[in-house]
Design a protein around this ligand. Sequence first.
Ligand code: ADP
Ligand code: MG
Length: 464
Amino acid sequence: MVSMKTKQATAWNQILKMVSNKVDKHTFECFFEGIELDEVTDNQVTLVVPSSLAKQFFSHSVDASNTLKDAISNVYGHDYQNISYLTPDEAKLLRNHSELKKVTSYGEPQTNSHFFSNCKINPNYTFDNFVVGDCNRDAVRASLLIANSPGVAYNPLFIYSKSGLGKTHLLHSIANFYLEKHPKAKVLYITSDAFIDEFVKYVKGSQESQSLKDYFSDVDLLLVDDIQFLSDKTKTAEMFFYIFSQLFNNGHQIVLTSDRHPKDLKGLEERLVSRFYMGLSVNMQSPDTDTLLEILKRKIVSRGLDLKKFDPEGLIFIAEKFSHNVRELEGALNRLLFSLSSNENKYVSLDEVKATFSYLQGIESNDKKNLSEDDVIDEVARYYHLNSEIIKSKNRKAQVALARRIAMYLCRYLLQSSLKTIGKVFSRDHSTVITAVSKVEKELKTNTLMLKAVSDIKKSLKAA
Ligand code: ADP
Ligand code: MG
């Protein structure tokens, strides 16, 4: 008598063989080979895939999951439309708690717990789709270092920036990167709000807070978003302090984010704040136009849209208008795509973009005062004791190149000249102009000499 198990194993071998004839060798070895058949019922097949990455792969690739469906249906002679993919951890968990079977999904905390059920790791936030520029390079480097070897170099890592600049994205990237290499690790992403909620539930539920502490004790990597919300929550902060110290003392990595530097976190005990200092604190700034433009392009491509359908000047217009906050930039893209949704194949011209954001015109500064590009160049030349013609030439001396960049910047921001016009005046192409303007923009954040030059030249121009 052939056992049920043996029958199932034979069937699975047949299925894998069929699949191997349909997909390339590399994909087969990476994603299909290690799959185990967990359960076959009348209308559902449950598979255990080797890692959370493989689970992501099957959840997102319609082709891959159809190939499996076809092979399974073929071998079992029954049309299976419903396939569940579990990571080995999830499978183990579900074996112990079969009543939870229906609720697993990628990104759930990897231990069975009623804690933090709303805090999931978002598989769409990865290092691969995070655009790196001067504004965030330090934070990305530190995050990558941590994701590669947590608990070794900087503990805790503290990332701070204004809202909408990618802190949450980076935390999830660290989690995804680490989990890809260590699918069995216990990685926990939580917001400090969720921590407060969980703590309050505990206090109200008159349960011992011990199990909340226990829950954290075997976390390999703890990612806590928006820690500033712990301010003035003395009891919760005390609990957090305990958990933090426990993990820290055991060499487990903690990454925290906040909208401000630790020293500006008010309403938190000194002993906690001083712990935040012990590792590394990195700041992120608003991106320059170049970086914003790249982010915008990536977001367009990630939505399956063709970049060629967008006028580059239109994209630059958006990047410049929504320059403070990447979240706002994405909002602007959504708005644009919504206004175009009736005609997806249309070319999106600069005029189209301007029309969509026409409501912004009223709040634009009106510094123009009938100045021309040549007026700006003349004034910059006067300031730097140069000849106007040399500024427009190809001369590469440092002082001339600096004056040229500042002139381009002023044409762009003071006169709001189009890139085409500036390009023509300086005999340069689009991308050279945008790079020059971005460079000035970047330097103005730290270079006080340049800031003074720009403001003096502006003053003289207005007096002219
Ligand atoms: P924060 O947590 O700092 O408020 P988020 O991480 O929520 O910011 O980022 C807001 C949005 O902007 C997210 O959709 C994120 O993907 C996107 N974003 C921010 N910075 C970048 C970047 N450098 N590259 C790609 N996307 C980014
Ligand atoms: Mg955030």
